[in-house]
Design a protein around this ligand. Sequence first.
Ligand SMILES: *Cc1c(COP(=O)(O)O)cnc(C)c1O
Length: 482
Amino acid sequence: MNPKESDPSEAFRLLPGVDEVLRLARVLEIAARSSSREVTSLVRRALEALRSEIAEGGLDAAALTERLAGDELAERVEALFAADRKLGVLPAINATGVVLHTGLGRAPVHPEVAERMAEVARSYCVLEVERASGMRNRRDDRLSELLSRVTGCEAAIAVNNNAAAVFLCLNTFASGGEGIVSRGELVEIGGSFRVPDVMTRAGVSLHEVGTTNRTRIADYRSAISEKSGILLKVHTSNFRVVGFTEEVSMEELAELGSEMGVTSAFDLGSGLIELEGSAPLDMLGGETRVREAVQSGLDVVSFSGDKLFGGPQAGLIVGRKGKIEALRQNPIYRALRLDKTSLRGLEVTLQMLLDGRGDEVPTRRMMHLTADELKSVAEELAAGIDGLPGLSAECSADSSQPGSGSAPHIFLDTWVVRVRHDSLSPDALGRRLRMGEPILFTRIAEDALVCDPRTLLGDDARGLLQAFAAIQDRPSQRSKCH
Ligand SMILES: *Cc1c(COP(=O)(O)O)cnc(C)c1O
């Protein structure tokens, strides 16, 4: 045995009991802000941490006595309490430049939309009742009406997200039968949404047609049988086959469907809306507009509420009245329907679009920001960061991406701030910023940490500077030397 290693039982005996720690003034203060039940579990965790340090031989009786005298336990309980309150769905600053960042909650809604959402969240609201008659009605009647004005559809229905929308369409129109999909469109979106898997779960057998790069309308036609329930077109959001390709147009698919009596559907992914009064999102090139898809004659078209559309999370299905009614009659709809706050958020976002205020929708506004506009913001940020101890910053031209599988081939010209730290690697710096206050997410390039001002909202520029300044204030990690 190493002579320096003392008997751990002596150190264990020095550890106070839970009740004793609970009586410490600083611990009582936390209990007053929370509850004794919550604090007791934190005290147990703090003691457990010390116990394992002792057991691992890293803490002897002498060192422990010293640390306990230094109020170590109260400090640990405070740190655990603070860390515990920093978990969950917290506001964060997005300086990644990825406009629709799924990890960061995709589309932030307009403050006015958020306020209307909060209003119905904290009160009762007119959700499923008609005011004039006092009779029960449908929660998304108004949404359906607004969506028909915006997209030209006959009717619409809203569900939890676009994955749910696709599931509902498959299950309603093709359960027990076949769904016909082009081989080139059997995509996986975001790791867990695979078209073939979703079909299986919806009770639909997949009938693949064509090849990865070429599918013709004749391929669909020859696949149709009495088992066919749906002709599904899927937007290949996050990849693009280039070169010798051919895909069936929406019009051809719609026509074939109506000729053969099979429902035609298009999973559009991102809902690109173009309305007069708002600058078109021309940078997205040939991205299909929802209105075009509706006009093509397809029976149903689905898209996300929180991608380019710029609203809260939702799956929106627009299309023919009879088809939408069939979706509504499916008992599964009940399990997929939207809550009052999301419905309100969608209504108000649609109303903004109809009022010619589309340019104010945050996702649209961020997409439109020019490199020139962003350059001046980047320069201001760089000046603010460059002065801070340990940090240096410079601006450079770069590109941002729409994100969330929207237009993977699209890069938007931007200006970024490249930040370096004297002693921290870009990765380590990025981690500090993510763990700091305010919470800041950035991009990591090989040699620097990159802040893209495209995705900063409201007061975020100030918050970003605070986040960098806070790195300096933070006491260095507790030394692990004994
Ligand atoms: C994003 C996307 C989905 C999934 O939509 P969620 O709203 O995230 O459920 C489905 N299909 C396509 C083509 C998409 O781009």
